[in-house]
Design a protein around this ligand. Structure first.
Ligand code: AP5
Ligand code: MG
Length: 214
């Protein structure tokens, strides 16, 4: 099962992608997480990506496409995978389709998690992420057992650099300009699934499972 998560920044793509990956036993591939790991490790890719990410802009397509195509060709992706944060532009979607076509494959679902802009800024200011394992929480909607400490690995929680309200506004603008056109792209391919992302996290997941099957 090959799945794409679509949605605005903060819509809950990562939250739902992790649940899908666990239930269906497929890898969760988040380009944002890959870039953040590279930034943390001080790699060349990380240095390049950081200049764009901190401004709320997209990293150029050429830095993203090969990375994802290489990743989905790895052995653990043979049963499928869930892509989170990729593709984000029409050229990325076309490059993915072209790479899959060479292997006689195609994506099965593009799940659009819908959340209006008004909800997003408020949601992002409450998000906390683990510096060590990247697990995401929310101070109100998905709290940790112990404040500021990751349930998963005991790491410290931080507010992401790009979650400041002004950067979130910028990311929303970029989303509407460059990523939202993918909704039509995948509608035309007959694989688009729309879910309401404003309801409780577990209810959003239940809607997704209805589509993907038990
Ligand atoms: P990325 O890390 O992908 O960020 P994003 O798309 O802006 O999305 P987020 O991770 O902010 O949100 P999310 O939808 O995953 O929401 P989450 O589940 O955390 O990318 C970061 C940057 O990297 C980009 O800006 C770009 O520069 C670069 N980049 C990455 N991929 C790229 C690409 N392909 N091309 C070019 N550049 C790329 O949820 C948000 C919060 O809400 C959490 O606190 C969560 O607990 C809470 N929450 C989730 N669901 C609910 C719910 N139903 N109710 C209440 N709270 C909820
Ligand atoms: Mg995310």
């Amino acid at each position: 099962m090959k799945i794409i998560m679509l949605g605005a920044p903060g819509a809950g793509k990562g939250t739902q992608a992790k649940k899908i990956a666990a239930k269906y036993d497929i890898p969760h591939i988040s380009t944002g997480d890959i870039f953040r790991a590279n930034i943390k490790n001080g790699t060349e890719l990380g240095k390049k990506a950081k200049t764009f990410m901190d401004q709320g802009l997209l990293v150029p397509d050429e830095l993203v496409v090969d990375l994802v195509v290489d990743r989905v060709n790895q052995e653990d992706c043979s049963k499928g995978y869930v892509l989170d944060g990729f593709p984000r532009t029409i050229p990325q979607a076309e490059a993915l389709d072209a790479a899959l076509a060479k292997m006689n494959q195609k994506m099965d679902y593009a799940i659009n998690v819908e959340v209006p802009d008004e909800n997003i800024v408020q949601r992002m200011s409450g998000r906390r992420a683990c510096v060590d394992c990247g697990t995401t929480y929310h101070i109100v909607y998905a709290p940790t057992k112990q404040e500021g400490i990751c349930d998963n690995c005991g790491g410290n929680l931080i507010l992401r650099d790009d979650d400041k309200p002004e950067t979130v506004q910028k990311r929303l603008g970029v989303y509407h300009d460059q990523t939202q056109p993918l909704i039509e792209y995948y509608t035309d391919k007959n694989i688009l699934v729309e879910v309401d992302g404003t309801i409780d996290i577990n209810d959003v997941f239940a809607e997704i499972v209805k589509v993907l099957g038990e």
